[in-house]
Write a protein that binds this ligand. Structure first.
Ligand SMILES: Cc1cc2nc3c(=O)[nH]c(=O)nc-3n(C[C@H](O)[C@H](O)[C@H](O)COP(=O)(O)O)c2cc1C
Length: 329
């Protein structure tokens, strides 16, 4: 089986809350696009500010996301997240069904597959992490209980669209939107063991398991407030990778070299790119050629302009033409 990598496109080109992933394959360090598109389905839980009738968003808890995190509002100002309401246990099945309906809708709309989003502090993560989940019912407390909601969602989505169309994304070691866990290594392992079991029961594997790494030192800056070391992170990823019985994808702070290295050393089957994909419209070509990459401009990531930060990054040929013209001046 060829080594493979994936290019991850963040939700810049799609209305929130969805992301699109264009797969590429990497054989002997060559990056190639595969024409396959997955859509990410998620419920933001307490990270939602747009609620019908101004109702409180749902979560595993009544606690609001702390003021450490701010949300960019349409008028360009930063707001705080509203207080959520903890879902009653009798309401949970209905929310699970929203995921399977969303998955069915996506396949009907022509997507090849679904990535269930259980990362980055959204609803599933709000159930998984003991730093947020303060429930005392069957959905809180033990790891078994905190994984219950996720397992219900995976089973429902698998039964709606078929296991071969379903992937899952998690970030046990990331504390985005306050979603921290006291034991990320074990949380990740527990999720993986349960997914392995589902795969054994249905006799087939998910498309892939996608793990976002905190990359404590990626691009010279900290992505997570959680103190950690590169060694600790590398060990965690290796442990999860060994435990998962299927295709393992990593993302978070990957350069071309780190992506090739991760695949070559067996730490990942697939690698996804976010920020570099935004700033390089021809990222695959540049990775293949080992050409210089456009630097991304953080301040235009969420611009409201339809062009700036979206479609104005130059293609390689344009960048080279610009350079040639420049040198004549
Ligand atoms: C502009 C932008 C928007 C993003 N939006 C989301 C989002 O809505 N939900 C999410 O889970 N991740 C989001 N991400 C995170 C990406 O999915 C990805 O995990 C992250 O960029 C790490 O990969 P990278 O280091 O290659 O950029 C976003 C990233 C960027 C740069």
């Amino acid at each position: 089986m060829p080594h493979s990598a994936i290019i991850c496109c963040s939700n810049k080109l799609f209305s929130n809350p969805s992301s699109c992933y264009k797969k590429i394959h990497m054989e002997r360090s060559f990056f190639v696009i595969i024409p396959s598109t997955n859509i990410c389905i998620l419920n933001p839980g307490n990270a939602s500010v747009y609620q019908p009738g101004g109702a409180a968003p749902i979560s595993s808890t009544n606690k609001a996301i702390s003021n450490r995190w701010r949300i960019l509002m349409p008028d360009g100002t930063y707001g705080t997240y509203p207080a959520p309401r903890a879902l009653g246990s009798s309401e949970i099945q209905e929310v699970v069904e929203h995921y399977s309906q969303a998955a069915l809708n996506a396949i009907r709309a022509g997507f090849d597959g679904i990535e269930i989003h259980g990362a980055h502090g959204y609803l599933i993560d709000q159930f998984l992490k003991d730093g947020i989940n303060d429930r005392t019912d069957d959905y809180g407390g033990s790891i078994e209980n905190r994984c219950r909601f996720l397992m219900q969602v995976i089973r429902a989505v698998v039964s709606a669209v078929g296991v071969e169309r379903v992937a899952f994304r998690m970030s046990p070691a990331i504390d985005h939107l306050d979603a921290a866990d006291s034991d990320p290594l074990n949380l990740g392992l527990s999720v993986i063991e349960r997914i392995n079991k589902i795969q054994q029961q249905v006799g087939a594997k998910l498309t892939y398991l996608h793990v976002t790494q905190p990359r404590y030192t990626a691009y010279g800056q900290t992505e997570s407030g959680r103190p950690g070391t590169e060694d600790e992170e590398a060990q965690m990823i290796k442990t999860w990778r060994r435990a998962y019985e299927g295709t393992f994808m990593c993302s978070g702070g990957f350069t071309r070299e780190l992506g090739i290295q991760a695949v070559a050393e067996g730490d990942a089957d697939l690698v996804s790119y976010g920020r570099l994909f935004i700033s390089n419209p021809d990222l695959v070509l540049r990775l293949k050629l080992d050409a210089p990459l456009n630097k991304y401009i953080r301040k235009t990531f969420y611009s409201h302009d339809p062009v700036i930060g979206y479609t104005d990054y130059p293609f390689l040929c344009e960048a080279n033409a610009g350079k040639a013209q420049h040198s004549r001046l």
